[in-house]
Design a binder for this molecule. Structure first.
Ligand code: ATP
Ligand code: MG
Length: 240
């Protein structure tokens, strides 16, 4: 009797993660980060008929069920999203192009530009730093960024000599305290740059969030994955 109750409790516990006995292999997991990406994805999820049971802002849960038995969300660090999808821990994910460029995209399909979380990847420097002149003179420029791969490629393609310094956040500080001459960072309104006496000296590329799909899942679970891809595509077209 006691064991039976334990078994039922275990089943109930599974159900809140949307993966009961029968469901476990049928559930589609979508990886996304909280904050901007989650907020801007909500309307697209709604259009696909998916409503999360909780908000990651108020809940501490990292696995969030939805009103659809066959869909659950996992909340991950923005830069970890491609990794979860690459290894199949999530079939789908939503990640910024900035993050995807750094990751490299191995094992991923990127079928849809969702046109959310839009911003630009920029080179910025202190207002009193003559970037153009430094480039012209072939000087080595110290650049702080969390986008090492993308920055390396960008400067190499322009023939600009750089020493790259890896940071994990608050890049704007680096030129102000002499850690770097310039930064590579995302800019939307430019407010943070202005507030810190920095200015854009070069645009690298526009950035937006993409739907990403595990390549194996698209083949093996196409019957369940494809309708979600179609729903996201339709929702994105409607929004445009
Ligand atoms: P963490 O804060 O955990 O270090 P993060 O800064 O990458 O990670 P977010 O700030 O939530 O996390 O950014 C998530 C994604 O949103 C980024 O990868 C980028 O694609 C996009 N993004 C970042 N900054 C902006 C911005 N200012 N405007 C629009 N989109 C942005
Ligand atoms: Mg951030």
């Amino acid at each position: 009797m006691f064991r039976k109750i334990l078994f039922l409790l275990a089943l109930l516990d599974f159900r809140q993660y949307n993966c009961g006995f029968i469901g476990a292999f049928n559930v589609i997991t979508i990886a996304l980060s909280k904050g901007r990406i989650f907020d801007e994805t909500l309307p697209l999820l709604a259009a696909a008929g998916i409503t999360p049971r909780e908000s990651p802002e108020t809940s501490r849960k990292l696995i969030i069920g939805t009103d659809r038995q066959d869909v659950r969300l996992v909340i991950v660090r923005a830069s970890d999203t491609p990794t979860y999808v690459q290894y199949g821990a999530a079939e789908l994910g939503i990640a910024g192009k900035d993050v995807l460029l750094e990751h490299g995209g191995t094992g991923l399909y990127q079928p849809q530009d969702l046109q959310i979380a839009t911003c630009r990847l920029m080179v910025a420097a202190r207002a009193d730093f003559d970037y153009a002149r430094a480039v012209q003179q072939g000087a080595r420029i110290r650049v702080a960024t969390k986008y090492i791969q993308t920055a390396r490629q960008h400067f190499a393609s322009k023939g600009v000599h750089v020493d790259l310094i890896k940071l994990y956040g608050s890049m704007e500080l680096a030129p102000l305290v002499g850690l770097a001459d310039a930064i590579v960072d995302l800019v939307s309104s430019g407010g943070t740059l202005r507030a810190n006496n920095l200015r854009v000296v070069e645009e690298i590329r526009p950035i937006s969030a993409r739907l990403i799909v595990n390549q194996a899942a698209l083949k093996l679970k196409r019957d369940r994955v494809q309708p979600l891809l179609d729903a996201f595509a339709a929702a994105t077209t409607r929004r445009a």
